[in-house]
Write a protein that binds this ligand. Structure first.
Ligand code: ZN
Length: 89
């Protein structure tokens, strides 16, 4: 209901604040080459892509925890979701 009112009035920034910033914002690392989520090894202090086995093109992106959960559940089903990264203007 609240979401539909915000969409109806075109308040994109308010919607982003309510549904992402003040809700379940999550930062994850994504490989820029293949689009798969990267892995952080705390002991070795490195973030790398297990698919490409590189740590040069890793980007930290912001998303909702619900979307991250969807990506994780897709991986559990054997589906490899890939994120296509573009520069934000
Ligand atoms: Zn990769």
């Amino acid at each position: 209901m609240e979401r539909d009112v915000f969409i109806g009035h075109g308040a994109a920034m308010t919607l982003k604040e309510r549904l992402l910033d003040e809700s379940d914002r999550e930062f994850i690392n994504v490989c820029g080459q293949c689009g798969m989520s990267a892995v952080e090894n705390v002991e070795q202090r490195r973030v790398y892509c297990p698919n490409c086995d590189e740590e040069t093109d890793i980007h930290e992106i912001e998303m909702s925890y619900a979307f991250k959960l969807l990506l994780d559940e897709m991986k559990a089903l054997g589906i490899a979701p890939r994120l296509e990264l573009i520069d934000a203007v």
